[in-house]
Design a protein around this ligand. Structure first.
Ligand code: NDP
Ligand code: MG
Length: 326
């Protein structure tokens, strides 16, 4: 894949343009501050509340979503994905005149057809590969997290110039930016988070914890072994890959990894991952999640409560308190 850096991108295409950042949460705040520090004219569109106050405190021109969309050349939607469609229909659509750019940081709503932008507008994505706090912190340090950019609709013939300039002013080309399609970003992002990073990992840790506790071992020790120490392992892999991690752990641990890992994560796990990928690509997962969200998310709320009552979380709170400086 082609990786682009600062020198390959001209940010002057944003001169004289106004970018409305819609939403001022984790990503909205970080991306808006970075772009403003890079000289871009940024305004914020947001409903009244905590985010509105926070954007005002940070010195932005803040207004309701419809007014910001009307004023802007580039409308950058950084709302929770399950709210995009409604906000788009009610407040953005009527203000999306030909020649404007509609932008996002996750292609979900465009890829699955919840938003169908009119002809005559550019539709782009600039997705930092990191949480908002990191996007801002690394930028302030003088560097940038890497990112992905995509163009879904290129009405002007200049959509790539626009999205790359946005990535540059957010600091992402300092780290390096990869060109992809919105479909690739959306499917891969959903697959990774629900099979490995969030789903997958959480269930692996819970099974490990439960196995030890059900065998009569103290929950506090089970928590250390199966949950708490994942951070040490992941940090090593982040730094230097799996071999670096293996070089640091004991030979006994490494031997156990080779002989027991494949006994736990068997090829049928991979077969189910392939089913999960098919559900993501077909839109089945997206339709079910949006239906749940529109219904007030009752199952999501019940799952949160069940997790809060699980012994692994209660033990975790106790363990973390041991690390607090009194
Ligand atoms: P957050 O939940 O942190 O922020 C959401 C923002 O939207 C808040 O300012 C919230 O304001 C506002 N908001 C919520 N509902 C509405 C509404 N109905 N009308 C107007 N404003 C509303 O979200 P993130 O920043 O995490 O995510 C934003 C986008 O960035 C998503 O598309 C996500 O997929 C993408 N993304 C996220 C990454 C991450 O690591 N988190 C990484 C890359 C992309 P209020 O305070 O009023 O609730
Ligand atoms: Mg992701």
């Amino acid at each position: 894949m082609e990786i682009l850096h600062d020198n390959a991108v001209d940010q002057s295409v944003l001169n004289g343009k106004t970018i409305a950042v819609i939403g001022y949460g984790a990503q909205g705040r970080a991306q808006a501050l970075n772009m403003r520090d890079s000289g871009v004219n940024v305004i914020i569109g947001i409903r009244p509340g905590k985010s509105f106050d926070s954007a005002t405190e940070d010195g932005f021109e803040v207004m309701d979503v419809a007014s910001a969309a009307a004023k802007a050349d580039i409308i950058h939607m950084l709302l929770p994905d399950e709210t995009h469609q409604e906000v788009y229909e009610k407040e953005i659509k009527a203000n999306l005149k030909p020649g404007k750019t509609l932008s996002c940081s996750h292609g979900f709503n465009f890829v699955f057809g919840f938003i169908a932008p009119p002809e005559g507008v550019d539709v782009v994505m600039v997705a930092p590969k990191g949480p908002g706090t990191e996007v801002r912190k690394v930028f302030v340090q003088g560097f940038g997290v890497p990112g992905l950019v995509a163009v879904k609709q290129d009405a002007s013939g200049k959509a790539w110039d626009t999205v790359l300039a946005m990535a540059k002013t957010e600091g992402l080309t300092r780290g390096g930016v990869l060109k992809c399609t919105m479909e690739q970003e959306t499917y891969e992002d959903l697959f990774g988070e629900q099979n490995v990073l969030c789903g997958g990992l959480v269930d692996l840790m819970k099974y490990g914890f439960e196995t030890l506790v059900e065998a009569g071992y103290p929950p506090e020790m089970a928590y250390f072994e199966c949950v708490h120490e994942t951070k040490l392992i992941v940090d090593l892999i982040y730094e230097g890959g799996i071999q670096k991690m293996n070089a640091v752990i004991s030979n006994t641990a490494e031997w156990g990894e080779y002989v027991n890992g494949p006994r736990i994560i068997t090829p049928d796990v991979k077969a189910r991952m392939k089913e999960s990928l098919a559900d993501i690509e077909s839109g089945k997962f997206a339709r079910e999640w949006i239906a749940e969200a529109r219904n007030g998310a009752p199952t999501l709320k019940r799952k949160r409560e069940e997790l809060g009552a699980h012994e692994v979380e209660i033990t975790g709170a106790k363990i973390r308190s041991l690390f607090e400086t009194k």
